[in-house]
Design a protein around this ligand. Structure first.
Ligand SMILES: NC(=O)c1ccc[n+]([C@@H]2O[C@H](COP(=O)([O-])OP(=O)(O)OC[C@H]3O[C@@H](n4cnc5c(N)ncnc54)[C@H](OP(=O)(O)O)[C@@H]3O)[C@@H](O)[C@H]2O)c1
Length: 274
C-alpha cells in the first residue's frame, strides 16, 4: 500500500511511524522544512519538501498513492486561509487528474461545532463555527468532501483537543496553573489521546470510511474537572475561575463519539491519562 502523509507534525509523524514500522506500508512524508528530512526519513521511504498549496508539488506527491492523510496546521505559514483553504482547493483540483487514490483522510477539529451552550452534538448537527479560524476549518472540510466519488472515499475526522507523549496535559496546563481564568470552566473538554488519533486514522483507512466522524474520548469531563485533576496529580497550584468574566472560548459543545464507535472503533484510552 502506497500512502502519502501531507503534513508530518505531531499527528502525521505518529501515523507515519505506525504505518511505516508496524504495517510496512510505503510511506511518502511531506514537510515544508528541509531540516526535518533526516527525522522524517526514519518513518518513511521517501520525504518530499513541498507546500501543499503548490499544485505541481502535490501532484507529484500523490502520483501512484492509494491513500493520503492530510494533517497540516497553520503554524508554519501563520495564515489559516493559505494553510487550509488553499491546500484543500489545490488538493481537490489535483485529485481530478489522479486515478490511483482510493482514500483521503483529513484531520479536522471539533471546534467547528462552535458554541452551543454545552449541548451534545453529533455529525448530524450543523456546525456553527464561532470564529474566523473555525469557519475556515469548516470550509476546508466542505471543499475536501466534494472530492469524494465512486473511486475515492473522503473521511473527515473531527479531533478533540490533542494530547499524548510530548504534549502532556501537565505541560499544556502548567501555563495556567495558579492563574485566574474567565468563566466557570463548565464547558465540555473533549480530548483525544494521540494513540487514538493514530488508531482512528488507521481504522478509517482500513474500513475506507466516508464522510464525517468525531474522534473524542469517553471521559465526558468539563474543562474545570480536567484542569483540577491535572493540577492535583502534578502538584500544581489550582486555577481560580472568575464567573464574573465571560469565557473567551468559542467552542462549547459536548461531542458525541457514538458514530465511530458504532462503526466498530474501540478507543484505546476511553478515559483520560493524567
Ligand atoms: N492541536 C490540537 O489540539 C488540535 C485539535 C483538533 C484538531 N487539530 C488538527 O489536527 C491536525 C494536526 O495537528 P498537529 O498538532 O499534528 O499539527 P502540527 O504538529 O503543527 O503539524 C502540522 C504539519 O503541517 C505541515 N504544514 C504546515 N503548513 C503546510 C503547508 N502549507 N503545506 C504542507 N504542510 C504544511 C507542517 O510541516 P513542517 O513543520 O514539517 O514544515 C507540520 O509538520 C491539524 O490539522 C489541526 O488543525 C488539532
Amino acid at each position: 500500500m502506497n500512502i502519502a502523509i501531507i503534513g508530518c507534525g505531531y499527528v502525521g509523524y505518529a501515523v507515519a511511524q505506525y504505518w511505516h514500522h508496524r504495517m510496512s506500508f510505503m510511506v511518502t512524508a511531506t514537510t515544508t522544512t528541509p531540516e526535518r528530512i533526516p527525522e522524517l526519513q526514519t518513518v518513511s521511504q521517501q520525504v518530499v519538501v513541498v507546500k501543499a498549496n503548490d499544485p505541481l508539488g502535490l501532484k507529484s506527491v500523490l502520483k501512484n498513492q492509494d491513500v493520503a492523510l492530510l494533517s497540516i496546521s497553520s503554524k508554519r505559514l501563520g495564515n489559516y486561509e493559505q494553510a487550509y483553504l488553499d491546500t484543500a482547493k489545490n488538493l481537490v483540483s489535483v485529485l481530478k487528474e489522479n486515478s490511483t487514490l482510493k482514500q483521503l483522510i483529513y484531520t479536522s477539529s471539533c471546534s467547528v461545532y462552535g458554541d452551543r451552550n454545552g449541548v451534545i452534538v453529533d455529525e448530524q448537527t450543523p456546525p456553527t463555527p464561532a470564529s474566523s479560524t473555525n469557519k475556515i476549518l469548516r470550509e476546508t472540510e466542505e471543499i475536501l468532501l466534494t472530492a469524494s466519488n465512486e473511486q475515492l472515499n473522503v473521511c473527515v475526522l473531527r479531533l478533540g483537543g490533542i494530547y499524548g507523549p510530548g504534549r502532556e496535559l501537565a505541560k499544556i496546563y502548567s501555563r495556567v496553573a495558579g492563574k485566574t481564568r474567565p468563566g466557570t470552566g463548565k464547558e465540555p473538554a473533549n480530548w483525544i489521546h494521540l494513540d487514538d488519533i493514530v488508531g482512528g486514522i488507521e481504522f478509517a483507512r482500513h474500513h475506507r470510511l466516508q464522510g464525517i466522524y468525531n474522534l473524542v474520548d469517553d471521559a465526558n469531563l468539563t474543562n474545570r474537572e480536567v484542569i483540577e485533576r491535572v493540577c492535583k496529580e502534578h502538584n500544581l497550584p489550582q486555577v481560580i475561575w472568575d464567573s464574573s468574566q465571560t469565557s473567551q472560548r468559542k467552542y462549547n459543545v459536548n461531542v458525541s463519539n457514538q458514530k465511530i464507535k458504532d462503526a466498530g472503533y474501540k478507543l484505546l484510552h476511553p478515559n483520560m491519562i493524567f
